[in-house]
Design a protein around this ligand. Structure first.
Ligand SMILES: Cc1cc2nc3c(=O)[nH]c(=O)nc-3n(C[C@H](O)[C@H](O)[C@H](O)COP(=O)(O)O)c2cc1C
Length: 377
C-alpha cells in the first residue's frame, strides 16, 4: 500500500509522461524539499483505503450481475485514466458508449485511444463474466453509440484471466531484465486473435531499434507545448487531488513524489525534458523482456476497439503469469514516427498500441470513478 513518501525520494522526480525518473536541478530540489514530505503524507491513508475499495470484484447477487460487471469493466486500462465511457443496462444487455467529454485532443486527435479504451472495458467485462456464472459477447458496435454486449447464463468458472483483472496494472518502473520463457511467449502471442496482428519483439537488436522510434516520438511530444499542457492537466499531483477526481495519472502510481498541484506543475516544467525522458526510456526498455505491438486488421474505430480487446487479453495473460507491463505509445501517437514505425514493422497496417513487458516490482495503483458516476441507466 502507499506509504508516506520519504525525503530521500526527492532525489529523484519521476516526470510522468506516464512515468520517468529525472534528476532535478539543485534549485528545484531545494524548492521541493521544503514542501514535499508533509504534502506527500497528506491523504495517503485515505488513498490506500480507496485503492482497496476500488480494486475488488463486487458480489454478483441474485440475477444478472450488471453492477458487478460494470465495476469490473471500469478497472480496465484506459488512456490517461480519463475513463471515457458511459454504461447503460437493459435486462441482460450492457451498452458501453463513448464519453466524448473525456477526449484528449492533443495526444489523441482522432479518438483512437478513446475507442481502444472502450475495447479494454468491453474485454475486461467479458473476462469477468464467467466468474459470475455468465457468458457475454459483443453484439454490435457503432462509433457514435458504442458497444452492445449481450450475456447468457453459463457454468460459473472464474478462470485465470478473470482473476488477473484485479492485479493488472500499468507498471512504469524499470523491470529486472529477465527473459520470458518460450512457452509463455507462445501463450501471449495468441492474444491477438483473428482481428489483430500482434508482433512480439524480444531480440536485443530489434528492441534497440524500437527504442529509437519510441525516443523519437517522445522527443516530438516533449517539445510540443500543447502536449505538455494536456498531460499536465491529467496528472493528479497528490493524493487529495487524486481522491477528489478519482481519474487521471496519480504521480505516485508512476513512482513520483507527490506535491500540491501548484508545486507539482513547476517541478513538471523543470523535470519533463527531452534528455531526461530519453534516458528513462532507454533504461526502461533495456530492463524489459520484450515489446508487443498491436495492429488491428480493419482499422477505424471498430479496429481500434479490437486492438484494446487484444491488449486486454494480453495484459491479463501476462499478469496471470506474474509479468508486469506498460505502454510506450509514443511511436504510434506521433504521426510522422507512426508511418516509419509501421514500415520498420514490415506492415501496411496502422500500429495501434505499443507495450513493453517483463518482470518487475508492484507500484501504487490508480483509482477509478465510482460506478454511480458512469452508469447512466
Ligand atoms: C489506449 C491506451 C493508451 C495508453 N497510452 C499510455 C502511454 O502512452 N503511456 C503510459 O504510460 N500509459 C498509457 N496508457 C495506460 C493508462 O495511463 C492506464 O491504463 C491508466 O492510467 C489506468 O492505470 P492502470 O492501467 O494501472 O489501471 C494507455 C492506456 C490505453 C488503454
Amino acid at each position: 500500500m502507499l506509504t508516506c513518501l520519504k525525503a530521500r525520494v526527492l532525489l529523484q522526480f519521476q516526470s510522468s509522461r506516464e512515468g520517468d525518473i529525472i534528476m532535478l536541478s539543485r534549485r528545484a530540489l531545494i524548492l521541493a524539499a521544503g514542501t514535499l514530505p508533509l504534502a506527500a503524507c497528506t491523504g495517503s491513508d485515505a488513498y490506500a483505503r480507496t485503492v482497496t475499495e476500488t480494486w475488488r470484484l463486487l458480489p454478483g447477487g441474485a440475477g444478472f450481475p450488471a453492477g458487478a460487471l460494470v465495476h469490473a469493466a471500469t478497472l480496465a486500462a484506459n488512456s490517461h485514466n480519463t475513463q471515457p465511457w458511459r454504461f447503460s443496462v437493459s435486462e441482460r444487455r450492457i451498452h458501453i458508449a463513448p464519453d466524448l467529454s473525456q477526449r484528449t485532443p492533443v495526444v489523441d486527435p482522432d479518438d483512437h485511444h478513446l475507442f481502444a479504451s472502450l475495447g479494454c472495458a468491453a474485454e475486461t467485462m467479458l473476462q469477468a463474466a464467467p466468474g459470475y456464472g455468465w457468458r457475454g459477447a459483443v453484439q454490435a458496435f457503432d462509433p457514435r453509440q458504442g458497444l452492445t454486449l449481450d450475456f447468457i447464463p453459463a457454468p460459473s468458472s472464474p478462470g485465470e484471466l478473470s482473476r488477473a483483472i484485479l492485479r493488472r496494472a500499468s507498471t512504469r518502473s524499470e523491470y529486472d531484465g529477465r527473459a520470458v520463457a518460450q512457452d509463455q511467449l507462445r501463450a501471449l502471442a495468441a492474444a491477438g486473435g483473428p482481428r489483430v496482428d500482434l508482433a512480439l519483439i524480444t531480440d536485443a537488436g530489434r528492441l534497440g531499434q524500437a527504442t529509437d522510434f519510441i525516443v523519437r516520438g517522445n522527443a516530438a511530444q516533449v517539445r510540443d507545448p500543447a502536449f505538455r499542457r494536456e498531460l499536465k492537466a491529467w496528472i493528479r499531483f497528490d493524493a487529495a487531488e487524486a481522491l477528489a477526481r478519482r481519474d487521471g495519472l496519480f504521480a505516485a502510481a508512476s513512482g513520483n513524489p507527490t506535491s500540491p498541484r501548484m508545486l507539482g506543475e513547476r517541478l513538471f516544467d523543470l523535470a519533463f525534458t527531452e534528455k531526461g525522458e530519453t534516458d528513462k526510456i532507454v533504461r526502461q526498455m533495456r530492463s524489459s523482456a520484450g515489446l508487443a505491438v498491436f495492429s488491428s486488421r480493419e482499422g477505424g474505430p471498430a479496429g481500434w476497439v479490437e486492438a484494446g480487446r487484444a491488449y486486454t487479453r494480453f495484459a491479463l495473460q501476462a499478469t496471470a503469469a506474474g509479468m508486469k507491463l506498460a505502454f510506450l505509445n509514443q511511436p504510434v501517437e506521433d504521426v510522422p514516427s507512426r508511418a516509419e514505425f509501421s514500415r520498420w514493422l514490415g506492415s501496411d497496417l496502422r500500429p495501434d498500441l505499443v507495450v513493453r513487458f517483463g518482470y518487475g516490482p508492484d507500484m501504487p495503483r490508480s483509482l477509478r470513478r465510482p460506478i454511480a458516476q458512469v452508469l447512466v441507466s
